[in-house]
Design a protein around this ligand. Structure first.
Ligand code: ISE
Length: 336
C-alpha cells in the first residue's frame, strides 16, 4: 500500500517537531507538503522533509491535491480557517489542541463534520497516548483502589513565549487537564472555578499566575489544577489520584537521580516536546494507521467541542472569580 502523504500546516515549534517525527519515526507516512507563511521557518522544516513542497497558504496547497491527509499545527485561533477547507476537500485531519479557542467555532466545526457524513477529525490531545495517563485510566476503571475521590494536577512550564496572554492559561494550557480529567474519569466537567496564588513577579507582564483551577465533574469529584507558566526550573506535568483505598501518582520524572557533593538531584524535562515525545509518536502512528482504514483513533471533534465548552466557562471563571457552570449542546447521534 502506498504511504500516506501528509500536509503539515504550520511549521512553528510543534509543526516542525511533527515534521521530524514523521520523517524519522512514523511508519506508513511521509510529509508531502509544508504550509507556512514564514519562509525561514518553512525552509528549516523542509530540511527534514525531503521532496516536500512548500506553500505559503492552505487553500493553494489543498488545490494542488498533493496530500492525502492534513496535520494542523498552527496556533489554536488559526485552526478554523484550515479545518473548514480541509473538511470540504474530504481530507482526514489531525488537529493540534485546542480544536478551536471558543465554543461557537468548535460547534461550527462539529456541524461541518456531521454534514460531511464521515468522521475526519482527530484532535491532538496527546496526553491520552501517554503511558502514565493510560495506566491511571485503567486503574480508575478497574476499581482496584476503590472509588476515585479526586485528582490533583500540576501543570508547570518553565516560561512561555511572548505571544502567550492571560486567557491562554485556560484555552491553551488548562485545556489539557480539561480533556484529561474527562478521559480519566469518563465524566463531563460541570463547573470551573479559578483562584489566584500569589503572583510570580517573574511572570511576563499581563499574566496573573500561577492559578489554581477547580474542575467539578458530573460524577461529583473535584480535580485541582495548579497552572504555572513561569516556574523557571523545568517542564512538569504530574497527577495524583486520591482513591478510597490509596493514592496513585503519574508524571514523576524518570530522569537519572544523582547523589553528589552533599546533594541529591534528578534531571527534569524543559519542554513538552521531550516530556510527551513518546505520547506524540504514539498518537501520530495510531492516527496514520487509522487513516489507512478510513477512521480515527483518538479524541474526536466532539471531544474537542466538549473541551471548548469547559474552556469557555474556565475563561469566564478566570475573569469573574465565580464558580461557573459548564453548559453543553446536545450530542449529535453521529458521534455515538
Ligand atoms: C502549549 O501550547 C502546550 O500544549 C503545552 O503542552 C502546555 O504545557 C503549554 O502550557 C501550552 O502553552
Amino acid at each position: 500500500m502506498s504511504e500516506l502523504r501528509v500536509a503539515v500546516i504550520g511549521a512553528g515549534l510543534m509543526g516542525a517537531d511533527h515534521v521530524s517525527r514523521i520523517g524519522q519515526r512514523i511508519v506508513g507516512a511521509h510529509v508531502s507538503v509544508i504550509v507556512e507563511p514564514d519562509e525561514a521557518r518553512a525552509k528549516a522544516a523542509l530540511a527534514n522533509a525531503p521532496g516536500a513542497a512548500w506553500y505559503p497558504n492552505t487553500d493553494d496547497a489543498i488545490a494542488a491535491k498533493a496530500m492525502d491527509a492534513v496535520l494542523i499545527a498552527t496556533p489554536g485561533q488559526f485552526h478554523e480557517p484550515v479545518l473548514l477547507p480541509a473538511l470540504n476537500a474530504g481530507l482526514p485531519i489531525l488537529c493540534e489542541k485546542p480544536l478551536t479557542t471558543d465554543t461557537e467555532s468548535s460547534l461550527r466545526i462539529v456541524e461541518a463534520e456531521v454534514a460531511c457524513g464521515k468522521q475526519l477529525i482527530q484532535v491532538g490531545f496527546m496526553r491520552r497516548f501517554d503511558e502514565g495517563y493510560m495506566a491511571l485510566r485503567d486503574l480508575i476503571a478497574s476499581g482496584e483502589s476503590g472509588e476515585l475521590l479526586g485528582l490533583h494536577c500540576a501543570h508547570r512550564n518553565p516560561t512561555v513565549p511572548d505571544t502567550y496572554h492571560n486567557d491562554m492559561l485556560i484555552f491553551d494550557s488548562v485545556v489539557h487537564e480539561i480533556d484529561a480529567v474527562r478521559f480519566l474519569t469518563d465524566s463531563p466537567i460541570t463547573s470551573v472555578e479559578v483562584k489566584h496564588m500569589k503572583r510570580n513577579t517573574l511572570s511576563p507582564e499581563g499574566l496573573n499566575e500561577p492559578i489554581l483551577v477547580l474542575l467539578g465533574t458530573e460524577s461529583g469529584l473535584l480535580a485541582t489544577v495548579e497552572m504555572n507558566v513561569s516556574v523557571q526550573f523545568g517542564y512538569q506535568v504530574k497527577t495524583e489520584a486520591v482513591f478510597q483505598k490509596g493514592i496513585a501518582e503519574i508524571g514523576r520524572t524518570s530522569g537519572m537521580t544523582r547523589f553528589f557533593d552533599g546533594s541529591i538531584s534528578t534531571s527534569e524535562h524543559m519542554s513538552f516536546k521531550t516530556r510527551f515525545a513518546a505520547a506524540y509518536d504514539n498518537q501520530i502512528q495510531r492516527w496514520v494507521n487509522a487513516v489507512a482504514i478510513g477512521t480515527i483513533d483518538g479524541p474526536s471533534a466532539w471531544d474537542g467541542y466538549l473541551a471548548a465548552a469547559a474552556v469557555d466557562a474556565g475563561v469566564k471563571a478566570l475573569n469573574s472569580g465565580a464558580n461557573e457552570t459548564v453548559t453543553y449542546a446536545a450530542k449529535p447521534k453521529f458521534y455515538n
